[in-house]
Design a protein around this ligand. Structure first.
Ligand code: FWO
Ligand code: ZN
Length: 386
């Protein structure tokens, strides 16, 4: 099937100008100033996207696709994600993970949900593991999980510097990262370890020490929730100077959370490390609040919609140029996750495309070459979605 997308302003995320794009099957086949096809001879759908902006489909590298939570007991286990919520958020590639609760949540369920999202129309991967060390695995071995299970691209979210972590030693973390690296090498995947960083004062000290004291390349260390506080952002900037990617969470339990994240994005841009920064939503993850004594006092649920909302607000408030902000949910995650066919509008790249209105609202979404949302109406929904 051919689709000709005409007259949009295209950000690949680099601005290409007003271009026509020919989608061939599930790939981008051609990008040019003017593409005309013989409509009768070819079975082609033509879309006039004048006054629209085309960007790569968004990659959300940290979503609790089978639900998470549970820190307040059984009734605080959060619900799974549905396809429509991801599409409305412009997310065409998602990486699913387990969190605090690695007991009632299973990796098999996570795998099945990722396969379901694939069948329903987007691209889904997973991390093996959960918060705990030693990590939860499918096969008993991280390296084997990465090598023989198609959807496993790394390990996560492994908790450090958090009262809910298993207080792993640096030696335990070295073993996890080195085994993930072996899996990545043998399978050609990223073999990345997504670290959940809590508010503990040691922050990512262990990760910085692993970079300094071992042969393990920094590319396998991928800390998230680095916008929790200023000292973590400063550690993130130091980490990026070593070539590491670090991740800011867009869901927040506080109203002003998004303002803080946006100011940190501006700060990273000023410190010239934005090319090493990604945003993820922590969608369906719990956003629990604990008091000083560590007692649970309540929780909210992460929203995948916060991912692009954060990009949009950062641009609207003039903190970041659009191209720069866009990188944090397209080309940057595709690099750290080694998803080379994702994150860019380019020849032979996957036809994962978001069409924005000039006010940066999400208008239409194409995933794997199929229209899944058109002019804000969902064309594809999850099997049981109303
Ligand atoms: C963050 C996911 C947190 C779950 O620190 O880590 O709890 O398993 O669902 N969420 N534990 C949220 C902050 C970054 C705001 C998780 C959660
Ligand atoms: Zn987390």
């Amino acid at each position: 099937m051919l689709k000709l997308l005409k007259n949009a302003k295209v950000f690949s995320p680099r601005y290409l100008g007003k271009k026509d794009i020919l989608v061939v099957g599930d790939k981008i086949g051609l990008i040019d100033d003017e593409i005309s096809v013989n409509i009768t001879a070819l079975n082609v759908e033509v879309y006039d996207f004048s006054n629209r902006i085309i960007v790569p489909g968004f990659i959300d590298a940290h979503v609790h696709i089978t639900g998470g939570g549970g820190e307040g007991g059984y009734s605080t286990r959060t619900p799974e994600i549905y396809l429509g919520e991801l599409i409305k958020a412009g997310i065409t590639t998602v990486v699913g993970c387990l969190g605090t609760d690695g007991i009632t949540r299973s990796l098999e369920n996570l795998y099945a949900k990722a396969k379901a999202l694939d069948e329903e129309g987007i691209t889904a991967y997973i991390y093996t593991g959960s918060y705990a060390v030693p990590p939860l695995t499918f096969t008993g071995d991280i390296t084997k999980d990465i090598v023989i299970i198609d959807k496993v691209i790394g390990v996560g979210e492994i908790a450090i510097s958090d009262h809910r972590s298993t207080q792993p030693s640096i030696e335990e973390l070295k073993k996890i990262v080195s085994r993930a690296r072996l899996g990545g090498l043998i399978s050609g995947k990223a073999g990345v370890v997504n670290f959940h960083v809590g508010s503990g004062e040691n922050g990512i000290d262990y990760l910085l020490e692993i970079i300094r004291k071992t042969e393990i390349p920094v590319t396998h260390l991928y800390p998230t929730h680095m916008n929790r506080n200023k000292s973590l952002i400063d550690q993130g900037i130091e980490f990026a100077k070593y070539g590491g990617f670090f991740d800011l969470t867009t869901s927040s339990s506080k109203e002003e959370g998004i303002d803080k994240t946006i100011s940190y994005l501006g700060y990273c841009f000023e410190n010239k490390v934005l090319d090493k920064v990604t945003l993820t939503s922590d969608g369906q993850g719990s956003l629990p609040v604990f008091n000083q004594k560590g007692d649970f006092v309540g929780l909210k649920i992460g929203e995948v919609s916060s991912l692009f909302e954060t990009v949009k607000k950062a641009v609207e408030r003039g903190l970041l140029p659009f191209e720069e902000a866009l990188k944090t949910v397209t080309i940057n995650p595709s690099k750290v996750l080694k998803l080379n066919s994702k994150g860019e509008i380019g020849i032979n790249k996957d036809a994962d495309i978001v069409i924005l209105n000039e006010d940066l609202s999400i208008d239409s979404v194409i995933a794997k070459g199929n229209i899944v949302m058109f002019e804000k109406n969902l064309v594809r929904k999850g099997t049981f979605e109303s």
